[in-house]
Design a protein around this ligand. Structure first.
Ligand SMILES: Cc1cc2nc3c(=O)[nH]c(=O)nc-3n(C[C@H](O)[C@H](O)[C@H](O)COP(=O)(O)O)c2cc1C
Length: 153
């Protein structure tokens, strides 16, 4: 597999969660996520609030990418995390391609290609630590677990 520190790569450097469905593509910045092993498969997990435009697209396809960029792209990632694909065609800002339903970015230094295995919704009744509720305004994340089916470096 790959050398991958999720605390650094996802938590500090951030990533783009990209999907393409029914002829439309979009991507959004994520900094909460996981990478590891589940059901004997290499996986990544993302947490997407239902209010995100990307959420609607990710419901329509089982494929997605998690893309990592050189640090000089941080401003661009900030833009992808501030502006919604509902309001602007964000993808105009980054050279990209869609092949077989998989959205990739030419400037990404690492791309994890995922195939959806499982989803569930964060249930506040299960918050053991009640302070977690402060992260939400009734917009509990949908948790998507993707099997990593390809790695592009
Ligand atoms: C650093 C950073 C990390 C983010 N992480 C997440 C995340 O893990 N999950 C989420 O739902 N939104 C996250 N967001 C917010 C979305 O990226 C943001 O709402 C984005 O505009 C949604 O785009 P969309 O409406 O085109 O899908 C993050 C934003 C930033 C700036």
């Amino acid at each position: 597999m790959i050398e991958f520190d999720p605390f650094k790569k996802i938590g500090e450097e951030w990533a783009l969660f990209g999907v393409s469905a029914e002829g439309e593509s979009n991507a959004m910045t994520v900094s909460w996520g996981e990478a590891g092993v589940l059901w004997n498969k290499p996986i990544f997990t993302v947490f997407i609030r239902p209010t995100r435009y990307t959420y609607g697209l990710s419901e329509k396809t089982d494929l997605a990418t998690l893309s990592f960029f050189p640090q000089e792209y941080k401003k661009t990632l900030s833009y992808f995390g501030r502006v919604s694909g509902r309001d602007e065609n964000k993808l105009e800002k980054l050279s990209h391609r869609t092949e077989n339903g998989i959205l990739t970015f030419d400037s990404a230094k690492l791309t994890l290609v995922g195939k959806k295995l499982y989803y569930t919704d964060i249930d506040p009744r299960n918050f053991v630590d009640p302070t977690l509720e402060s992260n939400y305004d009734n917009d509990y994340h949908r948790v998507y677990v993707y099997e990593i089916i390809d790695v592009k470096e």
